[in-house]
Write a new protein. Structure first.
Lengths: 215, 477
């Protein structure tokens, strides 16, 4: 049994409505002044939450009804902007821990960062997602079940279809989303590829300047 | 079969196909900085791994570095801690570090090209989304997260999917007073902030053929703001001339062979693209963003759009932008009083950006408006030196600009340079996200450096062509 396999995630959900939510909003830059990711969970959406509080409103991440959430529901182009992995790290470390994000679409670097942490980011159609989000807003305690085998998100008497690029999906299902070991396994092939690149083997721009340090 | 540069460079760097169907891609150049790398080095230590190719990774400090003094220890203990961690990591791993004390420090996307590290036909990555900048040289260059930084340190490789290629042609001529920054803001406005997701952008056409390398860098830099993780221009004589003689560029004896390789990587005539977008250079005006995404922009004289003119699912962000910015549909931005002006960043902090500002400001008695705080932050120590050699720093200071030392500064405000409260900032940077410039309620208007300088002097958003008496009859480039 490979513990890294991600085929099914179950639990309550938390909805964050809106499109083009960038990673500066997910985790403002001032919280990036750190050399470890621990402790970021409490700062997720810090400024959005504070601004809603000032207006007497409550951000979902401050709403006790969603405190047990494991699945985040978002809109279009979620996670755009900065490549900071601090964004999914903060989401992952909030509350009981968010283990999956379902949206209408995701920014590419953000989705890649989530994959590297074993967090699936499947997408769903706008109407499906909107009805699922509305249902969760009405009944926050509803348990959802995200199934990467059947590519569905179900719960509360409904089920919607999910889409995900085949590569990341198979990495999650196989438990190989932490790619370092797999990439290292190709060590001989890495050397062969490097040897075919003229800027590595011919003009060796790097070693010319740092002569003596490079084998 | 005719291929694009993207396909050729991708194929050339493919190590193997992974069981997941993704590609293992060799990274020719890896750039690191203090914000997104320390956790990656910790992960390596936890796993007992070392850096596989330390000679292919280069480091700088840019995000947290103060711009008034780089004296150690840095005044901010958290910033100092990050710099110390970087110093330890590069020393232990044998990675070349462009330290502030060495005179070659700067924003990672400014110094890569400056040093000649960025070359055509390479794969380049960095834990920073603006790595797309390096595509100006005909490289596949893109931003990655910290776990991927770990992968590159340990294996010099990444697991990647192949992207589609969209060709964006800008033909004709740009009008005088219209810059590379306006071109990319116009393109993002037209294609949307997520229009490029899944694509690499290939920029081409007569305008790009005439662009300098620094202008190409400005455009490629903001590809990510249009959702495209990488954007590139096919390499040509302009790129080779820029590179020749730089510290890490190919030496004279290998130069001809390098050019042969670079030329071979150019997109073939007849290469197929997922789609082609054509823009007329003459249609582009000086642009200003008015909202909270880089796609929310208008020509400087334009009226702000009616939310009702947008598709239903985009209206939410438009209304959110109006609420946050305090603007209203139908109004013009010209005349909006600014508090801060910022010239710098990996988008527009290079020598030619400063040169253009100085060209308009010098010798005409212009002064920054008394209520405006105007910062000029060079993208690198090299830019800073070149400014001083030419006397430009003095000219700018006499005009009331605060000329600082190199760093990312107020683009993302991880150093002491921040907006306060709801201040409105005319900025040559790349992002107008909520809170981006250091105040959770601060507001950013993105524009070209020349437009920022004009706003600083007028004290409000203004058409730089009028203030600086730019002859709009003569077509520029």
């Amino acid at each position: 049994m490979n513990e890294a396999r991600r085929s099914e995630i179950t639990g309550p959900a938390i909805p964050v409505r809106g499109n083009d939510i960038d990673t500066d909003r997910i985790i403002p830059a001032r919280y990036l002044k750190c050399v470890v990711f621990e402790g970021l969970g409490g700062h997720v959406f810090a400024d959005d939450r504070a601004q809603l509080r000032e207006r007497g409103q409550t951000h979902p991440f401050d709403d006790p009804r969603f405190a047990a959430a494991r699945i985040l529901l978002v809109g279009k182009n979620f996670g755009c902007g900065s490549s900071r992995e601090h964004a999914p790290q903060a989401i992952m470390r909030w509350g009981r821990g968010i283990h999956a994000i379902v949206g209408e679409s995701f920014a590419e670097i953000f989705a890649g960062n989530c994959l590297a942490l074993g967090i699936p980011c499947p997408t769903a159609g706008a109407d499906d997602l909107s009805s699922m989000t509305a249902m969760i807003e009405r009944q926050p305690a509803t348990e959802l079940r995200l199934d990467l085998e059947s590519m569905t998100l179900s719960g509360g008497g409904r089920s919607i279809d999910l889409v995900m690029p085949p590569g990341p999906r198979s990495q999650l299902l196989a438990g190989t989303w932490d790619s370092t070991a797999e990439l290292l396994a190709g060590r001989e092939a890495i050397a062969a590829t490097a040897a075919r690149l003229p800027y590595v083997h011919d003009w060796r721009t790097v070693s010319r300047v740092d002569a003596g340090r490079v084998p | 079969m005719a291929q694009t540069l993207y396909d050729k460079v991708f194929d050339r760097h493919t190590v193997r196909r992974l069981p997941s169907g993704q590609y293992q891609l060799f990274m020719g150049l890896h750039l690191i900085h203090e914000v997104t790398s320390p956790q990656a080095f910790e992960m390596l230590r936890d796993r007992g791994l070392t850096v596989l190719h330390p000679e292919r990774t280069f480091a700088t400090v840019d995000h947290i570095i103060p711009t008034h003094s780089k004296a150690r220890p840095l005044a901010d203990p958290l910033a100092e801690q990050m710099l110390v961690a970087l110093e330890r990591n590069v020393t232990e791993s044998g990675i070349r570090f462009f330290a502030p004390t060495g005179g070659e420090q700067g924003i990672v996307h400014v110094i890569g090209p400056e040093q000649g590290l960025t070359q055509p036909g390479m794969t380049i990555c960095c834990g920073d989304s603006h790595t797309s900048t390096h595509g100006a040289f005909g490289a596949i260059a893109f931003g990655i997260g910290t776990s991927q930084v770990r992968d590159v340190l340990a294996t010099q490789c990444l697991a990647m999917d192949k992207q589609k290629v969209r060709r964006i042609e800008v033909n004709g001529r740009l009008r005088a007073g219209v810059y590379a920054k306006d071109v990319i803001l116009y393109v993002i406005g037209r294609l949307g902030v997520n229009g490029g997701v899944g694509y690499a952008y290939e920029y081409a056409g007569e305008v790009f053929d005439r662009f300098s390398m620094e202008e190409r860098m400005t455009v490629c830099n903001m590809s990510i703001e249009g959702g495209a993780r990488c954007g590139y221009v096919n390499p040509d004589r302009t790129a080779y001339d820029y590179l020749r003689g730089r510290p890490f560029a190919p030496p004279a004896e290998a130069w001809d062979r390098a050019v042969v390789y670079w030329e071979s990587m150019r997109s073939d005539a007849g290469a197929e693209y997922a789609d082609v977008v054509r823009v007329r250079g003459e249609d582009i005006e000086p642009m200003v963003t008015w909202g909270i995404t880089p796609g929310q922009s208008t020509a400087v004289g334009g009226a702000l759009p009616d939310p009702g003119a947008f598709p239903a699912d985009e209206r939410g962000v438009i209304e959110e932008a109006y609420q946050y910015m305090g603007f209203r549909p139908g109004q013009q931005l010209v005349g909006a009083k600014i508090d801060v002006a910022f010239i710098g960043s990996c988008t527009n902090g290079r020598l030619s950006d400063i040169e253009e500002v100085v060209r308009h400001v010098r010798g005409r008695g212009f002064k920054v408006a008394p209520h405006v705080k105007a910062l000029v932050v060079p993208g690198s120590q090299s830019v800073q030196r070149d400014m001083a050699t030419r006397g430009w720093d003095q000219i700018l200071r006499e005009a009331g600009f605060d000329v600082r030392e190199a760093g990312c500064s107020m683009c993302l405000a991880m150093n002491p340079d921040k907006l306060e409260g709801r201040q409105l900032c005319a900025s040559s940077s790349n992002r107008n996200f909520k809170g981006r410039q250091g105040s959770p309620t601060g507001r950013t208007l993105l524009m070209s450096p020349t437009m920022v300088a004009a706003a600083a002097i007028a004290g409000e958003v203004t058409d730089a062509r009028t203030l600086f008496d730019i002859d709009t009859k003569g077509a520029a480039r």
